[in-house]
Design a binder for this molecule. Structure first.
Ligand SMILES: Cc1ncc(COP(=O)(O)O)c(C=O)c1O
Length: 372
């Protein structure tokens, strides 16, 4: 019906602003030439306030998972005792990656509809002084849960384990204070709150993580952080990067800086609150409680959600995401990150309301819309 103007409301990739897209059409340049070398380190440095760090940030040409693999392949040697905190699909990805690199794998499982309990982490670590690395997801996109990584970091107390954080769907949408919170490795990606096309991952190591990685015995080549450090001295990447994504990110950072980081975070919190109030008002059930709710994505319980999503896509051109893992077909997820405004939330809610009015679960507001 209205699908000639598609509306992407998934937790990444997100719509890319025109100004940013235009950068992708720029003529190709030499990645070992002066123009690239001038822009590359500056763009990376501008990510510092988003990560909350003064550590060197590296860009990897690859998706977010490539960034996760940089962390694992530069830290996990065969039989390294690691702890993965798993409360969703991407927490599980950490565990799979650690297993692939031969870690001695310990998993603390959490329900897939609530945050990770730092007390359980504290308790586990008390009995496992041998753990060297802890892996966690900041914003678990599969469950729409924002984990309290600051509290998880504190739960280590005197324990020496390094904390490795997947901030793929958090960075730029909610505060991240790598240095102040004592996070050791943080990973992110271009296609979420950074509203840039997919294909770029970002990784940063604390000095302690860098030192620890020197003794890592894992086999690695493309993702070997030492190469990225060496080439950074020349303001280059070791391998050909997706050059125009650097310029796209530069433009996205212009937009983020013009809005102001605090305002960006406030906008995400507002979208979260609007979405949650609207979902409740429509009479649908939210997947997680308010205290665990993500500012960048909202999960909604819905039987046969995939059929419902297909109808919304077909009738209105609005694309919501499906559930993953145990939530497949039982939930749908609405992305509200990056290039998204409260008006986009209203559109998403209106579509849900109109459709439910037509096919069931009518509400008063929807009746007014349908009569208009
Ligand atoms: C929290 C989180 N971690 C990791 C990933 C993996 O990123 P990619 O699909 O870019 O490899 C995603 C992607 O949705 C994510 O949301």
């Amino acid at each position: 019906m209205y699908r000639f103007k598609p509306e992407l409301r998934i937790p990444g990739p997100v719509p890319v602003p025109n100004e940013v897209s235009l950068q992708m059409a720029k003529p190709m340049i030499n990645h070992r030439g002066a123009l690239f070398k001038e822009h590359y380190p500056k763009v990376l440095a501008r990510l510092g306030p988003l990560f909350g760090t003064t550590n060197q940030i590296h860009m990897i040409t690859g998706s977010g998972t490539a960034g996760m693999e940089v962390a694992v392949s530069n830290l996990v040697s065969p039989n390294t005792p690691v702890l993965c905190l798993v409360g969703g699909f991407f927490g599980n990805r950490w565990a799979e990656l650690c297993a692939a690199y031969g870690a001695e794998l310990h998993i603390l499982d959490f329900p897939w509809d609530a945050g990770i309990d730092p007390e359980k982490v504290r308790e586990f670590l008390k009995h496992h002084p041998e753990i060297e690395l802890i892996f966690v997801v900041y914003n678990e996109s599969s469950t729409a849960v924002l984990n309290d990584v600051e509290a998880i970091s504190k739960a280590r107390e005197g324990h020496s384990a390094l904390l490795v954080v997947d901030a793929v769907s958090a960075l730029g949408g909610t505060p991240c204070q790598m240095d102040a919170w004592g996070l050791d490795v943080v990973v992110s990606a271009s296609q979420k709150c950074l509203m840039t096309p997919p294909g770029t991952a970002f990784v940063t190591f604390s000095p302690r993580a860098k030192e620890y990685s020197q003794k890592c015995r894992a086999s690695r080549y493309y993702l070997d952080l030492r190469r990225y450090d060496q080439y950074m001295e020349k303001s280059e990447t070791p391998f050909t990067p997706n050059i125009n994504n650097v310029f796209a990110l530069e433009e996205a950072l212009n937009m983020i800086e013009a809005e102001g980081l605090d305002n960006v975070y406030a906008r995400h919190r507002l979208m979260r609150d609007m979405m949650r109030s609207g979902i409740k008002a429509i009479g649908l059930e939210l997947l997680v409680a308010d205290e665990d709710a993500s500012p960048t994505v909202t999960g909604v319980r819905y039987p046969n959600a995939d059929g419902f999503r297909a109808r919304l896509r077909e009738r209105y051109g609005v694309e919501f995401a499906g559930g993953q893992g145990i939530h497949a077909n039982n939930i749908f997820r609405v992305g509200h990150m990056g290039y998204a405004t409260p008006l986009d939330v209203l559109t998403a809610l209106a579509v849900l309301e109109m459709d439910l009015k037509k096919f069931g679960q009518a509400t008063k507001a929807a009746e007014l819309v349908m009569e208009a």
